[in-house]
Design a protein around this ligand. Structure first.
Ligand code: NAD
Length: 292
């Protein structure tokens, strides 16, 4: 019997690659419901799957900020069940906190946090009833450690960690496995799609120190993406490991090079070491121009 997989945010990036990969499985082991907010963007997905995939792929509209749209997608699943739910859709936000409007901040939390919760809420009762299911969530290193100029994004991703860890404890009793796939920088449209504050555009006064630190951060970020970003194929491999594991773990890290910094939070529980190390990495002058 095919495993029914529903993935959110499949018009680009990680969601798109995962949908293509699973739908192209030669043994047709998966029936993939690739969902996206805007069906006008389905062309890229359709072009990426070769041959006929009527029995392994269906594309559905689903905006995770809209409960009606989630329920409509759920009703369109002909098998009447989801075995593997992949909560992947997400958006970023970068810039000094003081310039972010309430609407912008709500928008990020609405997608990354409430959208993820809503999606899980919708499919959870059936998984519980069937005592069977997997929930995979695209997490971020920004959900494990703070990053300057990413306060609201990190808040949303930290919050997702809290949701997932809490659920994982309970859902063991229902044979439902929750897993977070923690990603560092990935070559996707994420940077292009995220809301990035251009200091020239904002009406709020931003002090000179913040401006120059923001420039340094943007430079660091660009370097990180140039030198350390993974391809979506690498991320898909980790998702496959989770999907194929008989007993998946709670957290997976796609890029082990980023772990030492993160682990400083555990070696010094007062937080000081991590904060110092991250600040040095991003803001020290000697790091500003040396490629990593
Ligand atoms: P992406 O921008 O290519 O993909 C995000 C997808 O989410 C897009 O297809 C977008 O249309 C969709 N989306 C946004 N709002 C939505 C909504 N309301 N309803 C449904 N779909 C919506 O970027 P990506 O890198 O593939 O991002 C996927 C996930 O990976 C996100 O959760 C992101 O936070 C996480 N992530 C990405 C990176 C990175 O560097 N690219 C790093 C860590 C974590």
């Amino acid at each position: 019997e095919q495993k029914v997989v529903l993935i959110t945010g499949c018009s680009s990036g990680i969601g798109l690659s995962l949908a293509v990969h699973l739908a192209s499985d030669l043994s047709k082991a998966y029936k993939v419901y690739a969902t996206m907010r805007n069906l006008d963007k389905k062309q890229h997905l359709l072009e990426s799957v070769t041959g006929l995939h009527r029995d392994t792929l269906a594309i559905l509209q689903m905006d995770i900020t809209d409960q009606h749209s989630i329920l409509a997608a759920q009703r369109s699943i002909t098998e009447g069940r989801v075995d593997i739910l992949v909560c992947n859709a997400g958006v970023g936000l970068m810039g000094p906190l003081e310039v972010q409007s309430e609407d912008t901040m709500r928008g990020i939390l609405e997608v990354n946090l409430l959208g993820t919760i809503r999606t899980i809420q919708t499919f959870l009762p059936d998984m519980k009833r069937r005592k069977h299911g997997r929930i995979l969530v695209t997490g971020s290193m920004g959900g494990l450690q703070g990053l300057p100029f990413n306060e609201v994004y990190c808040a949303s991703k930290f919050a997702v960690e809290g949701v997932c860890e809490s659920l994982a404890i309970l859902l063991q009793h229902f044979n439902i496995h929750v897993s977070l796939i923690e990603c560092g920088p990935v070559n996707t449209n994420f940077l292009r799609n995220l809301t990035k504050t251009e200091l020239s555009d904002v009406s709020v006064e931003v002090d000179a120190d913040t401006r120059s630190l923001y420039e340094m951060y943007l430079h660091h970020c660009q370097k990180m993406f140039q030198n350390a970003a993974q391809d979506t194929d690498d991320i898909v491999q980790v998702f496959l490991e989770v999907i194929q594991s008989p007993c998946p773990l709670f957290r997976y890290y796609t890029n082990s090079a980023l772990l030492p910094l993160s682990s400083l939070k555990l070696t010094a529980l007062d937080g000081s070491q991590y904060i110092r190390a991250m600040s040095k990495l991003i803001f020290s002058v000697e790091n500003a121009d040396t490629p990593k």
